[in-house]
Design a protein around this ligand. Structure first.
Ligand code: TXA
Ligand code: MG
Length: 341
């Protein structure tokens, strides 16, 4: 068993971001083990991208459908050639502008990448994370690392090592604790095909910034028919609480209800159950941790203020709306009478 070969799992295998610990983490990956590590977006659970058994184990422990491809993480742009046969000019420009950073480029793949990684697609998603811990582990392991977010499929991505332990603690060979993730929501996933750029998932880099570099518009794939990026078509990113998006005034809260509000909006009583975030960046950074906090407090209905639909706000709206769809039957708007109570 791979886990046995690399040592005991979960809580016993928490590593720090010290160089000697990152050496250990790299060794676990090289031996075919699974390592959870921080990136600037969320924590990932990584394996050697060429080790089929290790990658299959990621799918197993996440309960992830086999048709949902993984992102391959690299430490330097020179490693891209080992993964993709041609790097289009648009990809070069975007890599130059945004890597390391929260942008995943979906490009035609080399046949050497196992089909299990890409779920049989002829393309591979690649990114260089903007986190020294992630890049150092990849560099020391000297491997491209296939890594989805380190949560069980359909649940909220972890943004701390503690949240990784809650999600997958007993199943992984090592968890590297690099503190809280800076961006807090996942990377933007962008497909580049024949001079067309397709947004599969909004994320840490806004499409406005991408379009400014590309010099042409990005096509926004309709989330209802994202055959080419299955992960984005599911109800996703959901806490146990019913998530209810709102715009405008923060609702009056009843028992077992809480709200996440941007500080610019008006809010009144019951401060202990209103989580105030300072900005759209702060909302993105804290969103998943607040989902977890709401669950810990036994909150049944969590109202979340939607930021304007631009830049990072587009990605936050996407996650909140997906989380709200995970539990059917929640109402988005209350009647005037209810709001006044
Ligand atoms: O920020 C992130 O992207 C984090 C960190 C760990 O890097 N990773 C992450 O991975 O969110 P995951 O597996 O949770 O989400 C990957 C998304 C899925 O929606 C998947 O469908 C899409 O990327 N994807 C991956 N490879 C693809 C491909 N070849 N074609 C289309 N979509 C792809
Ligand atoms: Mg995920």
């Amino acid at each position: 068993m791979i886990g046995a070969a690399v040592g005991s799992r979960g809580r016993d295998r928490i590593l720090s971001s010290r160089e000697s610990d990152l050496e250990v983490a790299a060794g676990v990956l090289r031996q075919g083990g699974l390592v959870a590590f921080p990136t600037e977006t969320v924590y990932g659970i990584g394996a050697d991208c060429f080790n089929i058994a290790a990658v299959e184990r990621i799918f197993r422990i996440k309960g992830r459908p086999a048709n949902n491809p993984l992102i391959v993480h690299i430490d330097a742009v020179e490693r891209l050639e080992a993964l993709v046969p041609n790097v289009p000019e648009a990809a070069e420009k975007l890599a130059e502008a945004f890597w390391p950073g929260p942008l995943t480029l979906v490009l035609e793949k080399r046949s050497e990448i196992p089909d299990v990684v890409t779920a049989g697609y002829p393309t591979v998603g690649v990114r260089i994370p903007d986190h020294p811990v992630a890049r150092t582990i990849i560099e020391k392991a000297d491997l491209p690392v296939a890594a989805p977010s380190a949560n069980r499929s359909g649940r909220t991505s972890p943004t701390t090592a503690g949240a990784v332990l809650e999600e997958l603690g007993s199943e992984v060979d090592a968890v590297v604790d690099g503190g809280e993730c800076r961006v807090g929501i996942e990377s933007t996933v962008l497909g580049l095909f024949d001079r067309e750029a397709v947004l599969f998932r909004p994320g840490g880099i806004g499409i406005e910034d991408i379009e400014a570099i590309l010099g042409f518009p990005v096509r926004i794939e309709d989330s209802g028919r994202q055959r080419e990026s299955p992960g984005t078509s599911e109800a996703h990113y959901a806490p146990e609480a019913n998530v209810i998006p709102f715009e405008g005034e923060c609702p009056v809260l009843r028992e077992n209800e809480a709200a996440i509000c941007l500080s610019s909006s008006s809010h009144r009583e019951r401060k202990e159950r209103i989580f105030i975030v300072e900005s759209v960046d702060d909302l993105a950074r804290r969103l998943y941790a607040l989902f977890r906090e709401a669950d810990r407090r036994g909150i049944r209905r969590l109202f979340v203020e939607l930021p304007p639909e631009k830049e990072l706000g587009r990605a936050v709206r996407d996650r909140v709306i997906r989380a709200s769809r995970a539990k059917r039957g929640s109402c988005v708007k209350r009647s005037g009478a209810e709001r006044k109570r």
